[in-house]
Design a protein around this ligand. Sequence first.
Ligand code: HPA
Length: 278
Amino acid sequence: MLLPTEEARRAAGFLERKMGGWEAFPPQAAVVLGSGLAEACPPMESFVEVPFSEIPGWPASSVPGHRGSIRLGSFGGKGVWVQFGRLHYYEGHDMTTVTLAVQVMHLVGVRRVLLTNAAGGLNPLYVQGSIMLVRDHINLMGENPLRGVRDPSGRPVFLDLSDLYRRETADRLVQESAARGIELHEGVLVAMAGPTYETPAELRFLRVVGGDAVSMSLVPEAIVAHYLGMEVTGISVITNVWDLRRPLPLSHAEVLEAASSASRLLRELISAWLEISP
Ligand code: HPA
């Protein structure tokens, strides 16, 4: 299998026709807003919003708290793609579908992507509403989005991930957030397949192996975006903190509510990221 897929090419062609070409605002940067984070959308001067359901071959989002659309327009005179919601592995999609959006971004010219999500805090320093810059990840989804993918010469993809979450950009974002007085934690994100939340024993395990936060998304898209040559940044909003000695029950509704209340700070950080020139 080659990436981008034919499906991604068809979706990219559709978006290009819908926008009447990319001359006005060719999207250079993309932001993916995860569960409950729609309010963190940066202020755009003008945009066209396209629901996933309009795009040929693009499954609708089935998760409450995920709007399922893409805003194509401009921010500070630059073309941007802002995506509300994503497709998850736990919804039953295969990894090619989970990473469809980043493949399409690549095809329409996006060079930098900021992936956000909601995550559970494992690091005892985190509180509900903390924001964590993803410095690295541990992929425990039991799947890799590049499995079965061949490079154009037919070889499997042995991709270097030593600087997946581009250090230079991450360092600049840390400086920007300090300048704006926003507390930004830096940590390791663990990705689980979901849709169950973790058992108490799993939570202790994830902390022991080096996780600062745990989620069910972001990592597959980060890997494929990196493979396609995009600069990747990851930000997790800590929607719940786990007491590792005695984890309390957690619901999706609580996750959404906490995500929404952290959106204002996240919006500032997203604007700062968009202003960092490539
Ligand atoms: N675990 C997994 N995914 C999550 C969590 C969690 O605690 N919180 C938000 N997404």
